[in-house]
Design a protein around this ligand. Structure first.
Ligand code: GLN
Length: 493
């Protein structure tokens, strides 16, 4: 039998349906891969007993012909998703050993459809970061290395554990979240596929909140088809999240292989940055050429407010975070550091429980929302956000079906290269330059592996779609995937 962990989700579905192997065998293969890959630090909690119990139960269902669309498929869950009875920390010391008494809507839908949970995946603390270096469980290693080098690279963030685990064949897919790029940037750094659906497509209920008007969950997987399969189970209306939208979930998989003839693809000139590496530029033109060869039409478009997106994001996201994180006060959840009075208890708990990046965001957020500065910063950033959204609307109004951009301005970098005491946090923030606009506008965006840089590291392209038109992204994404081929890291762990 071929190594079960190297199958795609679609291949595993077939093997399970044909009874070539059982979910228990598939699950055991992944559990042993996880054990051998602890050096990657992708999992912060392994749940082997639960995984085997879930697999056995689903095997019985499959035998009776009652398996759901993800029956028997082992997945990893980002530690931002509340999992009933299983520790959920958002990779922050402040949540301590918090064990939720409820299950997030998204994970409950995955279990409803037959998926198996292998464990909880590492992420940046409260999903704040682009390198998975702010986690209280330590950094995650990217399974990819530069050709001929032993330097350990970051997997991107904040969903670094999800991307690393999927790329290293530790799980067949993973949940992730994206507030400013946290699905797409790690996908690009690890040659995996990541889609951030339209804001409102997936329920946020039971996901630890970072910036509620930007947060959106989605899958990271090894192929476009696999990500379509996962999104179908994750998406859907949920009365428990008032921002979730009540429209039917299409069969996303049906979009794979659909002709893209006549689709108009916008190439935004503002994404051509000064000093952008030539190889990113080349990748972008190659991607455009592949889509053209498949019958799409390329048009140059303008998104004039692009350059304000990152600064505006770093006002809106911290503002919402400072408000969302006010609940971690030492009284209700996790960590408690005593003090002489209640104020000191709050201060001591928050100073001890939050890491440096989270404290920075809370301070920025509190500042931009404060009485004297609210109009100058927060209100202005909200206006900029409206203009960014309008740029995209104007583009779509002219008949553009999707927009093609690079996913990131560079390939993965070394652990510590952009963090540490002396590092300028803006260096790290610049990673999200191509992805934050999409969150600001609430649009869907997919990152698809498209090539490698001169050092052998994967690079990704991003496709941005109309609201609730994830299907077009899957169709176009698969064209890129077919042309670029698939990329697997050489095993060193
Ligand atoms: N890297 C961005 C940040 O640090 C985005 C994170 C995310 O999407 N969760 O805020």
């Amino acid at each position: 039998m071929t190594d079960l962990t190297s199958l795609t989700l679609a291949e595993a579905r077939k093997g399970l349906a044909d009874k070539t192997f059982t979910s228990l065998e598939l699950t055991d293969a992944h559990l042993s891969a996880i054990e051998k890959a602890r050096v990657l630090n992708a999992f912060v909690m392994e749940t082997p007993d639960r995984a085997r119990d879930m697999a056995k139960a689903v095997d019985e269902k499959i035998a009776k012909g009652e398996g759901g669309p993800l029956a028997g498929i082992p997945l990893g869950i980002k530690d931002l998703f509340a999992t009933k009875g299983v520790r959920t920390t958002a990779c922050s010391k402040i949540l301590g050993n918090f064990v939720p008494t409820y299950e997030s809507t998204i994970t409950s839908q995955l279990w409803r459809d037959g998926a198996v949970m292998l464990g909880k995946l590492n992420n940046d603390e409260f999903a704040m970061g682009s390198a998975n270096e702010t986690s209280c469980f330590g950094p995650v290693a990217n399974p990819w290395r530069r050709d001929g080098s032993n330097t350990t690279l970051v997997p991107g963030g904040s969903s670094g554990g999800s991307a690393s685990a999927v790329a290293a064949l530790l799980c067949m897919g993973a949940t992730a979240t994206d507030t400013g790029g946290s699905i797409r940037q790690p996908a690009a750094f690890t040659a995996t596929v990541g889609i951030k659906p339209t804001y409102g497509r997936c329920s946020r209920w039971g996901i630890v909140a970072f910036a509620s008007s930007l947060d959106q969950a989605g899958p990271i997987a090894r192929s476009v088809r696999d990500s379509a399969m996962l999104l179908r189970s994750m998406a859907g209306h949920d009365p428990k999240d008032t921002t979730s939208v009540d429209i039917p979930v299409p069969d996303y998989e049906a979009a794979i292989g659909k002709s893209v003839k006549g689709k108009r693809i916008g190439i935004p000139k503002e994404y051509r940055l000064d000093g952008m590496p030539a190889e990113i530029e080349k990748l972008w033109s190659e991607g455009a050429a592949w889509l053209k060869a498949a019958g799409a039409e390329l048009v140059e478009v303008s998104l004039p407010h692009t350059k304000y997106a990152l600064p505006a994001y770093y006002i809106v996201a911290p503002a919402e975070a400072s408000s969302n994180l006010a609940r971690y006060d030492g009284v209700r959840y996790g960590l408690r550091e005593q003090g002489k009075n209640i104020h000191e208890l709050y201060e001591n708990t928050r100073a001890e429980g939050f890491g440096a990046e989270v404290r920075r965001r809370v301070m920025i957020g509190t500042y931009v929302l404060s009485a004297g500065y609210y109009d100058a910063y927060y209100l202005r950033a909200q206006k900029v956000r409206t203009l960014i959204k309008k740029d995209f609307e104007d583009c779509f109004a002219k008949g553009v079906d999707a927009i093609l951009t690079p996913a990131t301005p560079s390939a993965a970098f070394g652990i510590g290269e952009k963090s540490g005491e002396d590092a300028d946090p803006v260096e790290m923030y610049l990673n999200d330059i191509f992805t934050v606009t999409v969150n600001m506008a609430g649009l869907p965006g997919i990152a698809v592996p498209a090539g490698k840089d001169a050092q052998g590291l994967p690079l990704g392209l991003q496709l941005i779609g109309r609201p609730f038109d994830e299907e077009t992204l899957f169709s176009l994404g698969e064209v890129i995937e077919q042309a670029a081929g698939r990329f697997t890291p050489a095993r060193w762990w």
